[in-house]
Write a protein that binds this ligand. Structure first.
Ligand SMILES: C[S@@+](CC[C@H](N)C(=O)[O-])C[C@H]1O[C@@H](n2cnc3c(N)ncnc32)[C@H](O)[C@@H]1O
Length: 271
């Protein structure tokens, strides 16, 4: 084993430098994530997208705010993001090389900050807490942190139903993902933020990760995924149903509110 592959931070960095790595294979879920953020944005806001990746969602956010700092550690993803911002004609985005472990250059700077599956890229709760603290410190008093991150409990709620209908668990890629534990995440953020909303993609997850899997095949992960063609139209239909009905359906889950790993948290910095 090479020295770099023994160090989780280096290994994760290498993973994101690999052009075949896909941030989120499910394009419909990305639309739902982005649509969760957009209503909180307005033209007078300065925003940060920490760990912006290739900028797919970032470009949509930039079109709605005054200025946007897009911070990303991976060179190849910054190159992709740069190209995207150029193609979209966005002149209010500042794209920087950066590490969310050090946001000291941006004290009290932003009205709103977003992370989309970035905190879960840190393999210890100690590091995750530091990232959350850094984001808090980068916000103005009363600023919003929109955290779209995975919880262990939402993931388990989904997998338990998969098991009940005879499906295998979906596996977590535990060398580069460490999902938040709901209770301690809540305990930690409640000292710094008011939790204004917890958002879940429950119906979408039920349809796409359980129901569709009961009659169609989906194997593998990211660029290695092999799936039946039906997922293309079925996922789209699931998204439409979620858009129409998602808000009206709550699931009885053991902890937190989420059925499915990715969820959204609207956190307002305590002034
Ligand atoms: C799952 S991807 C999500 C990317 C983007 N937010 C999106 O929605 O497509 C996680 C991102 O976090 C970035 N990342 C991981 N650790 C980071 C760090 N310490 N500082 C900055 N970015 C980081 C990765 O390079 C990658 O782009």
């Amino acid at each position: 084993m090479s020295k770099s592959s023994e160090d989780p931070r280096k290994k994760i960095k290498e993973w994101w430098e690999n052009p075949s790595t896909i941030s989120l294979l499910d394009e419909n879920l990305r639309i739902l994530e982005t649509d969760f953020v957009l209503p909180y944005l307005s033209k007078n806001m300065d925003m940060a997208d920490f760990g912006c990746g290739g900028g797919e969602s970032t470009a949509k956010y930039a079109a709605k705010v005054n200025s946007l700092l897009a911070l990303e550690q991976s060179k190849q993803l910054r190159t992709r993001a740069k190209q995207r911002f150029k193609e979209d004609g966005l002149d209010n985005v500042t794209l920087v090389k950066g590490d969310v472990m050090d946001l000291s250059a941006y004290p009290g700077r932003f009205h709103v900050a977003v992370t989309q599956r970035v905190v879960i890229n840190f393999m210890s709760w100690e590091e995750q807490k530091q990232v959350i603290r850094n984001i808090h410190d980068s916000l103005r008093p009363g600023g919003l942190y929109l955290a779209i991150e995975n919880t262990h409990e939402g993931f388990e709620a989904m997998n338990s139903v998969r098991r009940d209908v005879g499906l295998d668990n979906i596996l977590m890629h535990d060398w580069h993902n460490y999902f938040l534990h709901y209770d301690r995440f809540m305990d930690y953020v409640e000292g710094m933020f008011v939790v204004e909303k917890e958002h879940t993609f429950n119906l979408y997850y039920l349809l796409t990760r359980v129901f569709e899997n009961m009659f169609a095949k989906f194997e593998g992960f990211g660029s290695n995924a092999v799936k039946d063609d039906i997922f293309t139209i079925a996922d789209q239909a699931a998204r439409k149903l979620y858009e129409v009905m998602g808000d009206r359906i709550t699931f009885d889950v053991p902890k937190g509110t989420s059925f499915g790993p990715i969820q959204g948290f609207v956190l307002r910095k305590i002034s």
